[in-house]
Ligand binder design. Structure first.
Ligand SMILES: Nc1ncnc2c1ncn2[C@@H]1O[C@H](COP(=O)(O)OP(=O)(O)OP(=O)(O)O)[C@@H](O)[C@H]1O
Ligand SMILES: [Mg+2]
Length: 369
């Protein structure tokens, strides 16, 4: 548990933080969000004592951090700084091993840990361990930054805009991967972002900061439902119902569906094919397109209803959000979107009807799987 008690921070006559009081719960991901310059990074830097408060105290598990040895404190905190900050002269492997080396782990254990961390962030050891930071893409560097922060297995992670420097698609992948990691590791995380969608998607709790003060500290659901004032309301933006969809994963709401094989369609009389719309699967149950019965009927030719397609374009994965599923549907003009595993095997589907229910009735009334 982290407690900020009457924390103030000033530089000369600039009051960056003003009497800040809050508590961060263990094993939760708390997001700090607010306009540029409102004091987000300053709050994080105070926790690992890169800077000192002008007033007040910070307690971690009841202990005043100002009374702790700063080196010992920092080794118990994973820190992902704004702009990644990998050491440029160290390889990926050496970067990840920084804290384990400070903790004096033996060589074999550090190597094993590095391998484990690279696996966690989906980077191949042989391909990446010996690269230097300038040989990585922005997204890869950010992932290595996250791996480095996790390497010493700290209970607490401070992450300052860890996914800011990448394109939206890579960012979405990093977020999904990160959520999967957090589900497993259950760290206490303080995460800064500028991006309200990212905050809503990832956070257990959100702190909205403005001019060095907390405006609202609540769950994403409550903030979306009841923004405390106009500042929060405007900050969240207009599409609150859509934003709620990014809190819900495909895995939670996946519905059943039966795929149909192309050879079964061509071998079956049209009127005996049950549904107007079916997903096509190959001999390994992998999604390979869809079948539209109406079009086959109109053209009096089964083949005219068969559409071959790449699963990447017509399917989502379990760890994606309902918001992702909804935008796929809009893009494709489909009433349902298929769900596949990493190999492309059809697992189920998400329907537009379900999404409508959630948007209009709230997720409590929509049938979870
Ligand atoms: N060392 C410093 N000396 C003087 N002013 C500083 C110093 N560090 C930060 N500030 C000021 O404190 C304010 C808060 O900075 P901080 O880095 O916490 O903002 P932030 O909320 O993280 O912003 P961003 O979203 O742009 O990263 C800013 O106005 C900044 O100019
Ligand atoms: Mg900052």
């Amino acid at each position: 548990m982290i407690e900020f008690k009457n924390i103030a921070k000033s530089y000369h006559n600039l009051n960056v933080l003003k009497d800040l009081n809050f508590t961060i719960e263990d094993h939760q991901l708390t997001v700090i969000i607010g306009p540029s310059g409102c004091g987000k990074s300053t709050s994080l830097k105070l926790i690992n004592r890169m800077i000192q408060p002008t007033k007040g105290e910070i307690l971690i598990d009841g202990k005043n951090i100002l009374k702790m040895n700063p080196q010992v404190l920092r080794r118990s905190i994973g820190y992902v700084i704004q702009q990644v900050g990998l050491f440029p002269h160290l390889t990926v492997e050496k970067n990840i091993g920084v804290v384990p080396r400070l903790l004096k782990w033996d060589k074999a254990k550090i190597k094993q840990r590095t391998e484990q961390m690279l696996k966690l962030i989906n980077l191949d050891y042989d391909q990446y361990a010996h690269k230097f930071p300038h040989q990585l893409s922005g997204g890869e560097a950010q992932r290595v930054g996250v791996a480095r922060a996790l390497a010493g297995d700290p209970p607490l992670l401070l992450m300052d805009e860890p996914f800011a420097a990448v394109d939206p698609i890579t960012r979405q992948k990093l977020q999904n991967q990160f959520m999967r990691i957090q589900k497993e590791l259950k760290k206490t995380i303080l995460f800064i972002t500028h991006d309200i969608d990212e905050a809503i998607k990832l956070a257990d709790k959100i702190i909205i900061l403005n001019k060095g003060q907390i405006v609202q500290y609540d769950t994403p659901e409550k903030i979306l439902k009841k923004p405390i004032n106009k500042f929060v309301h405007d900050f969240i933006g207009s599409d609150r119902a859509l934003k709620r969809l990014s809190r819900l994963t495909v895995e939670e709401y996946i519905g059943e569906t039966k795929g149909i094989r192309t050879q079964d369609i061509t071998a079956t009389p049209l009127e005996q094919i049950e549904n107007d719309f079916s997903w096509l699967i190959d001999h390994e149950d992998k999604l390979c397109g869809w079948f539209n019965k109406m079009e086959a009927r109109e053209n009096n030719d089964v083949n005219m209803g068969i559409y071959q397609s790449n699963p990447e374009e017509i399917a989502v994965k379990m760890d994606m959000t309902l918001r992702d599923a909804f935008s796929y549907m809009l893009e494709q003009g489909f009433q349902t979107i298929a769900v596949v595993d990493d190999k492309g095997k059809l697992l189920g589907e998400i329907s537009l009807q379900l999404i409508e229910k959630i948007i209009f009735l709230g997720n409590k009334n929509a049938a979870k799987k």
